[in-house]
Design a protein around this ligand. Structure first.
Ligand code: FES
Length: 672
């Protein structure tokens, strides 16, 4: 358990061997010598009707000397056994705990709590090598390989030629005992296991990096390849911002400056280098212990990181230099980790739908689902995947930065003091708000203190969605998004502003040193343009699959995780769907990267899935415009929202007229 695999074995089979034969991955660094403690398991007690067997701890052979020795030096939690030592003596239900903790690790910030079954591309293997003998003139490296074949069952392993000059020193330093990092995902090198690093003696630390290169932020997680734990996480702004705020301006920078590509590649690699140093130090390991790295990012970030000119991605047909997964060695791109470490970059789905979307797909698994699942990574360029295990389609929509608070008069990034929740009284049109950093609504006791402590500084993405949704539900805006000026007679919150009206959300407060925050007609327009772009993209994918309804929606990314699904539907950002089937899934790109880091079968899975995803270029689709125009309305001019109507009281239809016509943002505007 938890894989549920079962089989029959002769009495006396080590549990570790039984697991291997069943294809269940149990970590082992010492090769079954009872030294590394990585191979821990637990025998369950009791009768398991589901499996039709009775399992008990004494169906395992007695505790061995090696286990006692291990338990003396390190912690062996009660009930745990070393599977290389414990022999099968009877029926057993065996638990493979995913949290084997050997060294106390500093866990600063958990990347995600999801447990990922491990089978990493690089494994640590301890071997004892025969000493040289004049009678048998086999080279040191050859005897090492022989030991790896014999003790670990590797077929024709090789040693990275880079290591040959050091091999004699390393073997002697370890007194003929060494721990090898063996890379077994050798598709890129033409197959076969390859020794990528050698540590003298017994070495029990092996880590990997999972990095999501966003156009604004880079997030990196350091994970133990041996326990699967995230040891430390860190983030930093993407320094490429100084060459261009959004992606297209970075492409332009490359086109205008002969050195532009090299400068931006250097900037992002340097920033990643600094993050690595921080993570490694925080976890108390050395850079040499980092043996694998996985990267994801949108196509432009992906190309710049790999040193590829992204100019072709700046215009139709948005050709990727490489769409398949890329594997290379860390030193080829100057990453300050173990020289032999392998770097794996997830495949890109299309010219606008990158390796980050592939990682989100891997994490959320629409390709494993029966339900028609819509996965949206809401950024300045929304990446959309729709489908189920039968068929998947993908596209991107240039939503622009409105959801991140840009282009909105009182907008700001999600940070303490930002308004994140809004309710408007349907009768009085009075609002109440909540800000990040406080739990109280503004009409509750305690809010004043929050306002004084963290301030009321602006409105973040989720707050904007809610205020617009509430303004619609309260009848302050009509279905075309026009603020109803006639309500000024009813509430002083509705105020003339130039030729249109605005809604006063926060009056400002001298004690809290906050200024007033208004929702302007132009803010509503910006949200309409962004949500219409996203919805139109989704709708095109639904058309392609012949769907009128989706069955589940997953919203990824920081913004997607915080928006209230009901309001996302009220404003028509997403199509109608049972509301309890709409979920924020957090940093799914980071999770997908960690999955590919910890288990190589996930690499094969996403490579295969990406190949069969059908890509749609929204800008080229004739119906985009039509869907866009319908989606400018709240929630939508033509689409029905039956589930939404069952969950909230939608206002009677009202069209005031006089709004400016929204036009879709052109591809080539801002993207994530
Ligand atoms: S494999 Fe190392 S202790 Fe069991």
């Amino acid at each position: 358990m938890p894989s549920g695999k079962r089989g029959r074995f002769p009495k006396g089979t080590p549990v570790l061997d039984a697991a291997r034969q069943l294809g269940v991955y149990i970590e082992s660094v010492c090769g079954g010598r009872g030294i590394c403690g990585r191979c821990q398991i637990e025998a369950q007690e009791g009768h398991f009707a589901k499996h039709g067997i009775s399992s008990a701890a004494d169906h395992l052979s007695g505790v061995t000397e090696a286990e006692n020795r291990y338990a003396e030096k390190r912690v062996l939690t009660k009930g745990r056994r070393l599977s290389c030592q414990a022999l099968v003596e009877g029926d057993l239900v065996v638990d493979v705990p995913q949290d084997v903790q050997i060294n106390r690790q500093i866990v600063r910030k958990r990347a995600e709590t999801r447990v990922i079954e491990r089978d990493p591309a690089t494994q640590l293997c301890y071997v004892e090598v025969e000493e040289p003998d004049m009678e048998k003139p086999l080279g040191d490296a050859d005897r090492l390989l022989h030991a790896l074949e014999k003790e670990w069952g590797f077929q024709k392993p090789r040693i990275a030629s880079r290591l040959l000059p050091q091999i004699q020193k390393l073997l002697r330093a370890g007194e003929w005992k060494v721990t090898c990092a063996v890379y077994i995902d050798g598709r890129a090198e033409g197959g076969g296991p390859i020794v990528t690093a050698i540590f003298p003696g017994f070495h029990n630390v092996g880590c990997g990096l999972a990095v999501d290169i966003g156009s604004t932020t880079i997030a990196a997680h350091l994970t133990s390849l041996l326990s699967g734990r995230t040891m430390a996480s860190a983030g930093a702004p993407n320094p490429q911002i100084r060459f261009g705020e959004d992606l297209m301006s970075r492409v332009s920078y490359v086109m205008m400056n002969p050195e532009g590509r090299a400068q931006m590649t250097k900037a992002v690699r340097d920033a990643i280098g600094v993050l690595i140093a921080e993570l490694v130090q925080g976890a108390g390991i050395t850079a040499d212990d980092v043996l694998e790295a996985v990267f994801v990012g949108n196509p432009i970030m992906h190309h710049l990181f790999l040193g590829i000119d992204p100019t072709e991605l700046g215009g139709a047909p948005f050709a990727l230099a490489v769409s398949d997964a890329v594997t290379l060695e860390a030193r080829e791109i100057g990453l300050p980790i173990n020289d032999g470490a392998h770097v794996y970059v997830l495949p890109c789905i299309a010219g606008h739908v990158g390796a980050d979307a592939a990682a989100v797909t891997l994490a959320e698994g629409p390709h494993r689902a029966d339900e028609m699942t819509l996965v949206v990574d809401v950024g300045t360029n929304a990446e959309i995947v729709l489908g189920n295990k039968e068929k998947l389609v993908a596209a991107s929509s240039p939503t622009g930065p409105a959801f991140e608070g840009a282009e909105i008069s009182g907008g700001q990034r999600a940070a303490p003091g930002a308004i994140e929740r809004v309710r408007i009284d349907r009768e009085t049109l009075e609002p109440k708000i909540k800000v990040i950093g406080g739990d109280e609504w503004s009409n509750e006791e305690g809010f004043e203190k929050v306002a004084r402590d963290v301030g009321v500084t602006g409105i973040c993405g989720s707050g904007i969605i809610e205020v617009v949704g509430e303004m619609y539900l309260a009848g302050i805006i009509d279905e075309d998004g026009v603020i109803d000026g006639s309500l000024a007679a009813k509430s002083e919150r509705i105020q003339p502003t130039g030729r249109t009206f605005s809604y006063l959300l926060w009056r400002g407060d001298e004690a809290a040193k906050s200024q007033e925050i208004k929702i302007l007609q132009t803010d509503i327009r910006a949200i309409q343009l962004a949500k219409a772009a996203l919805y139109a993209g989704v709708r095109l994918l639904m058309d392609r699959l012949g769907l009128e309804q989706v069955e589940a929606i997953k919203l990824a990314g920081a913004f997607g995780s915080y928006i209230d699904p009901t309001y996302a539907m009220v404003i028509g950002l997403i199509p109608d769907c049972p509301i309890d089937k709409v979920k924020g899934v957090g940093n799914a790109a980071g999770t997908g990267a960690r999955m590919a880091l910890l288990n190589r079968s996930y690499r094969r899975e996403i490579e295969e899935v990406v190949r069969r995803i059908e890509k749609i270029e929204t800008a080229m689709e004739p119906r985009f415009q039509e869907h866009f125009v319908a989606a400018m309305a709240f929630p939508n001019k033509v689409e029905a929202f039956p589930h939404l109507a069952g969950a909230v009281t939608l206002p009677p239809r009202k069209v005031l007229g006089g709004g400016e016509d929204g036009r879709p943002r052109r591809r080539g505007g801002r993207r994530r």
